[in-house]
Design a protein around this ligand. Structure first.
Ligand SMILES: [Zn+2]
Length: 438
């Protein structure tokens, strides 16, 4: 249940987190749906939690202390997309996922970032070192550079720039000035690189080349330009990609074509729950055969070096493009229907009172059908069981609600990641959650 509210009790006074808003674009209409009722079926998150822990730590369930360092979380109350998050909610989200630290920065603030940056700096100050502040800078604001310098003096550890919601392009002089400031202090600059960012990629590559001491992080697996810049990134030790994204195909391409040392684990809380994001990243890592040291670098070790101003480590080369093995057609079918379901959930009500979403989930489950008993078939059977949970959650309301869609969406995405990564094998299910669902 934690992902609805990121935790429990005192940590959560903010009214919950609407994860059906999962990666919804900035500026789209906020979701306004009826209040939720109690879900009829179990969450898949305990299952994902255990699978994630085991993937990190082998047989012992404890990940290395201090291992997790989320590169991308937000706090704020004024984003036009309707999403909000308090520092306590982010901390509770970390706790729920068994994670230690996060970079955090402001959500979109239409009236400017000075107050929001101060709120981030203040929240990080009292977080016992668990939250580390990036200053959000709007390069077209008249005081952009003064604000950047002010925040550095006040303890910011780098910058966040959002070309879409703050309406600028990377080739503008103030963007370069911010990157130059970061380079002087060997600090990171995190760029939104998701939807709606035309021609981000080469500009980011050029900035990384010109400012080798700046550490540029392209958020959301750089889905806007991943195919263009994966190859240049391989030879640029200061160009990174964060994993805060939902689509299995995108993350798999990232993990298969970018060197592991350039990939930084991130959730985008409150838009993406930490535990689900961790599961997705580790599943992709397993699918491309990422080594244990490389995984530790990806989930936080590299970001720890970056934030200390140390040189990033240079790990293994990118896996070969065929690292994922031969095409696995059932998995591709599952992932495409799951993506349809997610888009319908993002649109707000699951389409046609939720029936379109349910139909997409049913088709995804149908794509898991098999009569074989190969290892791949076992993974499909597990994905089908997860989809059954998703369907039960989607069916259990006559009026779709945000939070029930959330349960369904997270389960469906988990099934999508399973089905597209058969080489990573079935996940442990000691509590029999999936057996009960099948
Ligand atoms: Zn974000």
């Amino acid at each position: 249940m934690w992902f609805r509210r990121f935790g429990s009790g005192d940590h959560n006074k903010g009214g919950g987190v609407r994860v059906a808003a999962f990666y919804r674009g900035r500026g789209s209409t906020p979701i306004a749906l009826p209040a939720m009722s109690t879900p009829a079926s179990p969450s898949v998150l305990p299952f994902l939690a255990r699978a994630t822990a085991i993937a990190v730590s082998g047989d012992s369930e404890a990940p290395p202390p201090g291992a997790w360092f989320d590169a991308h979380t937000h706090i704020g109350q004024n984003d036009p997309d309707g999403q909000t998050a308090t520092p306590d909610e982010i901390l509770a989200g970390l706790d729920a996922a068994g994670q230690q630290r996060a970079l955090t920065f402001a959500m979109h603030e239409p009236d400017g970032y000075r107050g929001a940056n101060d709120a981030v700096l203040a929240a990080c100050e009292v977080s016992d070192g668990r939250l580390l502040p990036l200053a959000r800078i709007a390069p077209r604001s008249p005081d952009a550079i003064a604000e950047a310098e002010r925040c550095l003096d006040a303890g910011a550890r780098g910058f966040k720039l959002h070309p879409r919601s703050d309406a600028f392009v990377l080739t503008e002089p103030n963007v370069e000035r911010v990157v130059a400031l970061a380079a002087e202090r060997r600090m990171p600059v995190l760029f939104h690189a998701g939807r709606g960012i035309p021609e981000l990629g080469f500009a980011a590559v050029e900035l990384a080349e010109r400012y080798p001491d700046a550490r540029l992080i392209l958020a959301h697996a750089a889905v806007s330009d991943l195919g263009l810049i994966a190859e240049p990134a391989a030879r640029l030790p200061n160009l990174f990609f964060d994993t805060a994204w939902w689509h299995p195909g995108d993350l798999l391409q990232l993990f298969a074509t970018v060197p592991s040392a350039r990939i930084l684990y991130a959730s985008d809380m409150p838009y993406g729950p930490g535990l689900f994001s961790a599961f997705a990243a580790l599943r992709c890592a397993a699918a491309v055969g990422m080594s244990r040291p490389a995984i530790e670098l990806m989930i936080g070790g590299q970001l720890d070096r970056i934030i200390r101003g140390e040189d990033p480590l240079d790990g293994d080369p990118a896996p070969a493009k065929d690292a994922l093995g031969p095409r696995f057609l059932p998995g591709e079918r599952v992932a495409s229907y799951v993506s349809n379901a997610v888009q319908l959930a993002i649109a707000g009500d699951g389409g046609n009172g939720g029936s379109n979403l349910r139909e997409a989930l049913e088709l995804a489950r149908s794509a898991c059908q098999t009569v074989g008993d190969s290892p791949e078939d076992a993974v499909l059977a597990q994905a089908a069981a997860v989809l059954e949970i998703a369907l039960e959650q989607a069916r259990s309301v006559t009026e779709p609600t945000v939070e029930l869609l959330t349960d369904a969406v997270i389960a469906a995405l988990a099934a999508g990641y399973l089905a597209t990564t058969p080489s990573a094998g079935v996940l442990p299910d000691p509590d029999g959650l999936l057996v009960a669902a099948a």
